[in-house]
Design a protein around this ligand. Sequence first.
Ligand code: GLN
Length: 222
Amino acid sequence: MAETIKIAYLYEDLMNTYGDSGDVKILSYLLKEKGYDTQVDNISIDTDVFDAFDYDFLFFGGGQDFEQTVVAKDIMRHRETIKDYIEDERPMLGICGGYQFLGTYYETIGGDTIQCLNILPIHTVFKADSRMIGDTEFETPWGIARAFENHSGRTYFDDNETVEAFGKMVQGYGNNPEDGNEGLRYKNTFGSYSHGPLLKNENIANMFVEKIIENHKTRVSE
Ligand code: GLN
């Protein structure tokens, strides 16, 4: 019988812009090819208890500012388990709004400050002159990735020693218009502004598949 890989999709019903759920579908497809079934659980406002260590992968998609405000009211109760999971080098991917949530705060276009999980030393602000929209291309240690971005938030690293960029921009903005960085990597947690979905880039998807299977093997042997 096939083993089941468990994926926690954080706030799947609220955080899913521009086809981000496609990332999870692509992972399920690639894992199936490797002989695994997948179970995807929506961890949302009606979830009572969530233990990140019950899962092989955490996924957090993008969201509109309004949905991010709704999520912010609920998510703090899961902060410790998400933080422990990240610190324990387990794999996670946050896209756009989900990426912003890993940092300290997000200042919206409407002038609100959304308190985020405060797990990683990054923050996101709004500046009036431009929304960052369009096709992107960036170079990563796993090769070139192509995607699509649409965000008003500009993300900055507060500590370059702790976090590194996921990639270097070739085309588009990425984290902000200034530093040429796309996304973030910390241990096995990744953040990215890439929709499209990101994992249509098979090189990147395969990197996640390897990490997920490795974590699954660790989890079931614990
Ligand atoms: N609302 C956020 C922003 O505009 C995130 C957008 C998104 O997740 N697509 O920056």
